[in-house]
Design a protein around this ligand. Structure first.
Ligand code: GLP
Length: 260
């Protein structure tokens, strides 16, 4: 696992956008797994700038969703489908045709979950999965004690996650209790995992995920099992890392030709 400590969120966004741009140069129809929340927004801004400047052709990129609320009315602006279309698909000049996501409004949620895992496999698998991290260490919506082998399925949010996400709704009561999330096993099948974490509120979760034991109680620690996982953190999110000095030295000494 590579840990990159960047001065701020914008630099982290640029770094990850560069990796995505390199991937799209090698494989123009790469399947990009995207995350919601505030953290990845600098990545999407940096990608949009490249597309607008004509330095990135993302026209054949395919975008897929990590997780979704269950039970929001179709077209709700805070459904993750709506968020991904608004924050990623449209700004990159793509259409819904290039987008894959689970159906959070399905009558048969279990079937919708299985169908999404199948759709990801049929699409050739995720090339790069961008992840954030919850303050409780979750990835996607895999809350603490999610099976490390889990597949896409329904989960119940912790109170902490519902409180964290209440800022996107009018009040806490509106935050759904249930979600669909790619399982940890599903996420681990992506060819490259890139987790971005910024701000002091994520420092403890990052330290546990990166330097703690692999444990279902810290779902993000599953990244330690992946052969190509990159964790990009700003100074605040890195503030509890015991090995921060080593991570800085390693990155500073990295050969120029080697990307994340
Ligand atoms: C939600 C999403 C996660 C995201 C997390 C952190 O729970 N399901 O994918 O990583 O929020 O969000 P933020 O980046 O806003 O802190």
């Amino acid at each position: 696992m590579e840990i990159v400590i960047v001065p701020d969120a914008a630099t982290g966004g640029e770094l990850i956008a560069r990796a995505i741009a390199e991937l799209l140069t090698d494989k123009p129809d790469a399947l990009l797994g995207v995350a919601t929340g505030s953290t990845p927004l600098p990545v999407y801004r940096a990608l949009k700038s490249r597309v607008e400047a004509g330095t990135l052709d993302a026209s054949r990129a395919r975008i897929c969703q990590l997780d979704e609320y269950v039970g929001l009315p179709e077209g709700h602006p805070e459904s993750y489908r709506a968020v991904v279309l608004r924050e990623v698909v449209e700004p990159l000049g793509l259409t819904e045709a290039s987008f894959l996501g689970p159906d959070g409004a399905a009558a048969d949620i279990a079937a919708a979950c299985a169908a999404y895992d199948r759709a990801l496999a049929e699409a050739g698998g995720v090339d790069l999965q961008l992840l954030g991290i919850g303050t409780d260490g979750h990835i996607g919506f895999n809350e603490p004690c999610s099976s490390l082998a889990s597949r896409t399925r329904i989960k119940t949010l912790t109170h902490q996650t519902r409180e964290d996400n209440a800022r996107f709704f009018d009040n806490l009561d509106e935050v759904p209790h249930h979600v669909i999330t790619q399982g940890i096993g599903t996420i681990l099948e992506a060819r490259h995992l890139v987790l971005l974490a910024t701000g002091e509120a994520k420092a403890e979760a990052v330290a546990l995920a990166v330097e703690g034991p692999v444990a279902a109680v810290v779902p993000a620690s599953a990244l330690q099992l992946h052969p190509h996982a990159t964790v990009v953190v700003d100074e605040a999110a890195a503030s509890r890392l015991r090995l921060a000095g080593y991570f800085r030295e390693t990155y500073a000494a990295k050969p120029a030709w080697q990307s994340i």
